[in-house]
Each structure stands twice: as C-alpha cells, then as structure tokens.
Write a protein that binds this ligand. Sequence first.
Ligand SMILES: *Cc1c(COP(=O)(O)O)cnc(C)c1O
Length: 334
Amino acid sequence: MSNPLWRDLPRFELGHWPTPLEPLERLSEELGGPRIWVKRDDCSGLAFGGNKTRKLEFLIGDALAKGADTVVTFGAVQSNHARQTAAACAKAGLACHQVLSRQVSSSDADYESGGNIMLGHLLHAEQHFVAPEDATQYSKNLLAELKQNGRQTYVVPAGGSNALGALGYAVCAQELQQQTRQAGIELAHVIHASSSAGTQAGLLFGFDQLGISAEVMGINVYHPDPANLHARVQTLVAEMTTLYADKQSNTPPVVNVNHAYIGEGYGQPTEACVEAIRLVASLEGLLFDPVYSGKALAAMIDQVTLGNFRDAEDVLLIHTGGTPVLHVYRQQFA
Ligand SMILES: *Cc1c(COP(=O)(O)O)cnc(C)c1O
C-alpha cells in the first residue's frame, strides 16, 4: 500500500488514533492457551466510542465535500452506529436524522429510551421510530420531505457499511500491522463481531492490500441466515477492490463467517456471552456489551477453549464498542 488511492479521499477527523493494542494477561493465563490481545476500538474517542467512528471519518468527509447540511442514517433502536453518527454530525455542524427500526421485541422502557436513545437525543439527532417493515417507505418520504424543505441531504447507510465507509477498517488494518510489528507478534487470527459487514470487509481488503495473510473470523450477531452476511462481505470487498485497490490480488480474500454464537438472534444476549462479559470484567477490568462485542468475546473464549489455536500463537480480538447499552441490559447482569 505504497500510495493507496484512498489516501487522498476527504476525511473528517473524529477519533483518537491509533487505538491501543493491549494484551489480556490474566484472561490468557486463565484460559491457558494462546496469548490474547485486544484492539481497543471501543476507545475511538467519539461519544463513548466504537467501530463506526473509523467509517464516519470517510463518510462525513464525503458529506462535507458534497456540500450536505443534513445526514440521514438507519439502525436498530439501540444502534451504536446511530449514536456515533449523531456525534459526528454535531462535530461537523450537520443536522442528523436517525431512522430507528424496532427490530428487537422489547417491552422494556429502558430499551426504548435509555442507552443510545438517550445519547442520540442528547447529541441533538432527530429520532424517528418505525416498524422494520415500514423503514424503507418511511425513509423515502423523509428524504423527499427534507429535500422539499431545501435541505442538502446525505445518506449514511446502516452501520456506515458501504465501500467508502469500510475503508475505515483498511486504516485499522494498517494500524494493526504497525502495532503488532512493534509488539513483536504475528498477526494470524483476528476475531470481531460482524453485522453490516463493513468492519470485516475493510479488514480483509486492508490485509489483502498489505500482503498480510491473517485469518479474520467474523462472528455473526445479526443475520438469521449467515449466508447473507457472507455475501455482503464478499460484495463489499469486491467493490472496495474495484474502487480503491492499489494492486489487484490474484485470489480474493477468504470470507469466514461464524454463526455459532448468535443464540436466539440479534439483540438477544446468550448465556455464554453474559458469562464471558462477567469473566473479563472481573479479570481485566474491561467491559464488553451483550449485543456485539460480548458475543465476539464469548466466541473467542470458546474457540480458545476448544483448542482451535496453538499455544504459541497470538489471538487478536477487536473490541468494537457497544458498552453504552450495558445499562439497558442490566437485568441480565443482576
Ligand atoms: C456495528 C457494530 C459491530 C458490527 O460492525 P459491522 O461493521 O456493522 O459489521 C460490532 N460491534 C459493535 C459494538 C457495533 O456497534
């Protein structure tokens, strides 16, 4: 990646980079297998942090370059993406509309108004709650209405996951290359929670361009049919390669989606996930969330326990954030 085309793309600075790479000494000792590391993208520095910050640097940069004054984005009710987008828009001086689908059936008042909903409101986003089946039509109407009122709109897709946003994780791949070199470890196994596919696609594209052959295991936390996530990652990597590749690789990167840890479905914490969050809180003083990063954590712990990595290897978990929802799920931890 000597002179990547995307180096020159407009970017709006939002985060604290590089995020730390830290060893989890006590967890590694407890599990007695490979050395475990965590990439702290929960510490991205934007309104409680998370993995959407990296994508939004490119997306908001593009919105500003195109003269937008209003951003419309989408997510589930407790979307971390929607929160980070609201924060990014506030910093950039853009109006922000969040179209929030009620995808998780919850009668809990906290789910409807706490966590990311409270924060999005505080960050001055206009929030639109819709039934999942109405989201598309509602968004069309909203965009038409905003245009009619003279607003210059810019649409940020759910999760910030288009080819442009996913470049944020090619940047992360570069950071990881430098940090693992400095720490003297080999970048062999990377695990993270995967849903809108941008994180996984960006990492795969970045590693491919850098000539790093690390395995990336995306833990599906969202799609009832993992084939949809697999296809989505593949399509995004192909798009990124067409648009931004410095060099074309001979073999497209291997897409690895693991569906074993989703439990009942999106937003439904599993027992193993709650256990894993408790364990790592007590051993490392580190917090994970029960929707995304906690399921990836549980997956990593299970993979280590199953003996799927050699003891001499290093395993790297990307902490993608999400902790602002912990309070919403407090009954799970009572
Ligand atoms: C959005 C999100 C993910 C998934 O990242 P994608 O790029 O959408 O696949 C993982 N963890 C957290 C906390 C998130 O908010």
